[in-house]
Design a binder for this molecule. Structure first.
Ligand code: NAD
Length: 448
């Protein structure tokens, strides 16, 4: 099938590559010329395991190509996927300018039946706005062309995006058109061979499904973080509590890890946007607001512990930071906890020696040559001359480090672990003082 994808970010590029991989003829369009140039030259602008080889062989096979030409993009696909960003507006609601710009372009250039498939995460009611934006352009052109709008939210996880796309738990399709539903069934047929993963519904329900899924996951994290703060004050160990509750199949072990807060391009903005949507229809989303507030506070917990350790005087201190990406296996640093920590440390007069296996370029792009930041080539280099170590991302390579080396390199042998990677006794045996999240009374806890 002929498919156009607008937006070649984490979602658009993965979608385009995977659809081309199963045989579709895909054209990816982006307004970012630099990105398209890179892609045309065989370079992948983001780090996503497995993506490069799929892009390479689908490009070579002639099934995946890239353009900045909007008209060419609209003319190419019967299916027009929108996978552009929906960042938060100043008031927390989703900014729809990019989605509506694409809708407008489709209306400007289409000359036959199109299915406009919205993959971006958009507030309930956006389907109607997209429809109106396409229709307005057709009216201007005096054309009465037929088209359908479909909501097809994306559930992939950065770091595991290819697997998630190739073997999805579900493919949600919101539409009121049987013709569009048939075309979507055809597009996704290769992903349904094992069993039918498609769930059809109306457009509004599909839009809300995406927000409900992310809000549920964010709620689980904030709940565990709240429990971890309680555990610190009550002298309990959240890791024991986690195992204790996870064993209940109604709760389960998935996604109940305490930590130094969730980040990324989705949870923070989606929880806020849904709370905002609730406000717009005169409903106060008390739970969503609390999830957001708990997470905001949690992102400050590591700094509070470090500050407490140094009795509030961080001037001239050097903190080694391991892990800058918002989670492992990505270079994405949007809303990452590491950023809150580093920015707090700088404000308090400390400097940072940082290492991340994939996000160094991104850190450089965000902070430039910040005087409080030294980017180090290895995790060991980050330790040299540092006072203490803080861990913000649970990369595999941080799980079994040389603890003797850490103890020898740090001026003060203290490890502040925002991801609970280690057993406290293990570090104690190596002469390290260990401050993790929610692991008993010896932990400094935040006043907030
Ligand atoms: N990143 C994720 O893990 C994830 C998962 C599920 C859903 N989503 C949702 O998918 C959407 C895209 O997210 P992302 O992380 O891929 O964003 P991204 O910022 O990585 O990529 C968006 C791309 O869209 C391009 N763009 C902007 N305006 C355009 C236009 N008019 N025409 C063509 N391209 C345009 C940008 O240049 C950029 O390359 C968002 O709504 C997000 O909430 C993201």
């Amino acid at each position: 099938m002929k498919i156009t994808i607008f937006g070649t970010g984490y979602v658009g590029l993965v979608t385009g590559a995977c659809l081309a991989d199963v045989g579709h003829d895909v054209l990816c369009m982006d307004v970012d010329q630099g990105k398209i140039e890179k892609l045309k030259n065989g370079k992948i602008p983001i780090y996503e395991p497995g993506l490069d080889s799929i892009v390479k062989h689908t490009v070579e096979a002639g099934r995946l190509s890239f353009t900045t030409d909007t008209e060419q993009a609209v003319k190419h696909g019967t299916l027009q996927f929108i996978a552009v960003g929906t960042p938060p507006d100043e008031d927390g609601s989703a900014d729809l300018q990019y989605v509506l710009a694409v809708a407008k372009s489709i209306g400007q250039y289409m000359d036959d039946y199109k299915v406009v498939v919205d993959k971006s995460t958009v507030p309930v009611g956006t389907g109607d706005k997209v429809k109106a934006a396409v229709r307005a352009q057709l009216d201007k052109r005096g054309l009465e062309l037929d088209f359908d709008v479909v909501s097809n939210p994306e559930f992939l996880k950065e770091g595991a995006a290819i697997n998630d796309f190739m073997k999805p738990d579900r493919i949600v399709v919101g539409t009121d058109s049987e013709q569009a539903a048939e075309l979507l069934r055809e597009v996704y047929y290769p992903f349904n061979r094992n069993h039918d993963r498609m769930i059809f519904m109306d457009i509004r329900s599909a839009e809300l499904t995406k927000y409900a899924a992310n809000s549920m996951l964010a709620t689980k994290i904030s709940f565990m973080n709240e429990m971890s703060n309680l555990a610190e004050r009550l002298g309990a160990d959240i890791e024991a509590v986690r195992r204790g509750i996870g064993s209940d199949p109604r709760i389960g072990y998935h996604f109940i890890y305490p930590g130094c807060g969730y980040g990324g391009s989705c949870f923070p903005k989606d929880v806020q946007a849904l709370a905002r949507t609730a406000g717009d229809c005169d409903y106060e989303a008390k739970l969503l607001n609390a999830v957001e507030a708990v997470n905001y506070a949690q992102k400050h917990v590591l700094f509070d512990k470090i500050s407490h350790f140094f009795q509030g005087d961080l001037k001239g201190k050097v903190v080694a930071v391991w892990g800058l990406a918002f989670k492992p296996n990505t270079d994405d640093m949007r809303e990452a906890s590491s950023r809150t920590l580093m920015e707090n440390l700088w404000k308090a007069g400390a400097t940072v020696q940082a290492f991340d296996p994939e996000a160094m370029e991104e850190t450089q792009r965000i902070y430039g040559d910040h005087e409080g930041l030294t980017l180090c080539g290895t995790k060991e280099q980050a330790l040299k001359g540092a006072d203490v170590l803080a861990i913000c991302t649970e990369w595999k390579e941080f799980r079994s480090p040389d603890f003797n080396l850490i103890a020898g390199a740090l001026k003060q042998p203290a490890v502040f672990d925002g991801r609970n990677l280690y057993e406290p006794e293990m570090l104690e045996r190596h002469g390290l003082v260990y401050y993790a999240i929610g692991r008993g009374r010896n932990q400094f806890h935040s006043a907030g």
